[in-house]
Design a protein around this ligand. Structure first.
Ligand SMILES: [Fe+2]
Ligand SMILES: [Fe+2]
Length: 161
């Protein structure tokens, strides 16, 4: 069994992942409206990925014989400025998610819940990759002129999963 405290935190992560999914979907439509269909595509796939994370946490909770709780998902912000400003927010949000995963890991360790600890390891790796990828986009956007911006848009638009 998962402890009540840890179960609450794991269910909380479902809400956080769903919120992130809505955040990136909202950003995707914003970019589409600005004429950046490549960034929009990348963000839409990113949104789907966060939804998959929510499913994965829910399935893990079920696999331990516990109840899944989908809580209220708060409204997400709107209006993101330039692609650079938007991707700076994406990077910051991924850093925030990393902190949540680290907090979960700390709780799992405190509770000596090794099954949950091993489940969480892939998210420690995932978040390191997410931070690397999104800060990489920010770095490229910082260097880009108008032509470069369109090139990065086209490049990110190739993302399929
Ligand atoms: Fe996620
Ligand atoms: Fe993410």
């Amino acid at each position: 069994m998962i402890s009540e405290k840890l179960l609450k935190e794991l269910n909380g992560q479902i809400t956080a992942e769903l919120w992130a999914s809505n955040l990136y979907l909202s950003m995707s439509y914003y970019m589409e409206h600005q004429g950046y269909s490549g960034f929009a595509q990348w963000l839409k796939v990113q949104s789907e990925e966060e939804r998959e994370h929510a499913y994965d946490f829910a399935n893990y909770i079920l696999s331990r014989g516990c109840e899944v709780k989908i809580d209220k998902i708060d409204v997400v912000p709107q209006g993101w400025g330039t692609p650079l400003e938007l991707f700076e927010h994406v990077y910051q949000h991924e850093c925030h998610i990393s902190k949540l995963i680290n907090k979960l890991m700390t709780s799992a360790k405190e509770e000596k819940d090794y099954a949950t600890e091993s489940f969480l390891w892939k998210y420690v790796i995932e978040q390191r990759e997410e931070e690397e990828n999104t800060s990489g986009v920010v770095d490229k956007l910082k260097k880009a002129d108008k032509g470069g911006l369109l090139f990065i848009d086209a490049q990110l638009g190739r993302r399929e999963d």
